[in-house]
Design a protein. Sequence first.
Length: 554
Amino acid sequence: MKQNHYPLFVRRDLDGFFALMIDNLVQLLLIVALCGLCGISADSEILLQYILPGAALSILVGNIFYAWQAHQLAKKENRTDVCALPYGINTPSLLVYIFFVMVPVYQRTNSAEAAWQMGLLACFGSGVIEFLGAFVADRVRKVTPRAALLSTLAGIAIGFISMTFMLKIYQRPMIAMLPAAVVLLTLFSKTKLPFHMPGGLLAIIVGTICAWVLPEVIPQLMEGAPMSVEAIKTSWDQWGWYPPHFAGGALWELLKQPSEWVGYMSVIFPMGLFNVIGSMQNIESAEAAGDSYPAKPSMLANGAGTIVASLLGSCFPTTIYIGHPGWKEMGSRAGYSTLNGIFFMLICLTGTTGVISNIIPLEAGIAIVLWIGMVITAQAFNASPSRHAPAVALGLFPAIAAWGMTVMQGTLLVGGGKNLQEILTANPFTEVNGFLMNGMVVMERGFIFTCMILAAICACLIDGKYRSAAIWSVIAAIFAFLGLTSAYEVVGNDIHFRLAFTEGTKEALTFSATGIGVGYLLFAATFLILGGIRDAEPPVETEEEPNPRIEPGH
């Protein structure tokens, strides 16, 4: 049989490149903007010499691997229509690690370096979990209800992705709403733009034009600081050559102090696990579209890329992206992946990311991230059996409580008057607009575990698996007794984990989760006694399979 030639590059790879490049560019803009919350400024050595070069190299290596993998598949099956797996920075992990790992460390220590080190550990831990997950992912999926895993991501997506960026759109509507309309039109209605222009690219263009033109035309309608030519000139001063630096020493120094980081494993471990499941589902999605990639090497490369990122100074994991069928439908092959890696290596290693961030406002691209959050939320319901919809809904509540706690804590920080510690010390059952503050903090601590466990319990009960529900309840009790969930201590407005094997701060208000743990044990006893010692037979499946999955996002 004649061997067909699989090209290095085709014209339609440009369409795929722009789509993937815009997505990754939004992540870099987010990194530059959100690292400021951790004391890491746009011109800092940590950002320019470690985080951005580390991220760039991990993106480059991963993109080249998946392009090579596409060539191998094309050669094996003698095809020319193989599309490489899309790959880039993991958006949920980026946001979760900043808000739940790096920002709390910075607020506690007032040290940008300490926040960066903890971010390195989170990225490294995620990479190790993804790497090892390549060997056990199928087994984990079998024992964990899909609703339990996906509802947690959905809760994060609602509170910390979609809600956050929806508020940003309404905060600066004259800049953000026009690009949001473009994104909604092209992604929801699948409307094709003239000249096959990617919707994300057009959104960036019109948002940038609005940011630069409207302040001159109708300044009274503009909110916030306008775009600044002076800021661009300043950022040009950062132009240069920033080769990657090894950051393993800083990571090792933190690893030697487990008391500093073990509490954050309640964030790192679930996110690593979700990334494993998400990668598996995205590989399955590619197979459904006609490109059958072996899961194990694909996921090993994914985990290795994240580990490399952490050792080179980046705090942000990489992953196989959602949407392979979309890139394949565009006509992209392997060239778009290689182009993406080269592009981000050039802008990150030359220090031009700051220039781009001062030319393109964040609001011009946040609608893309908003869409990702909506897709993740919809996926939790669409990809789970319809009978598990209540389980998905139940799993949302701890994450929503975490979002509410973040808003309340931030309000107290800027509002003056009594701090959170004083309020809870005076009355642990204080209500704010009808919401119990202590209950909100208890549910917020380790909420990623609590989301998953509550949804798993509910899904097992729906299926009549009482013993499985009891086992999940016992796991929840163990986590509570250890302080990985529910336990906390408050100093001023700063909320810390209260682990069972660490000493609390004398001046802190502490809450032990022993009562919560006992409550979970009562859950287990109730399910076993009233539900029967042996699991009931699963109900007969009469419904159709769930809708085709919308795989969890980047």
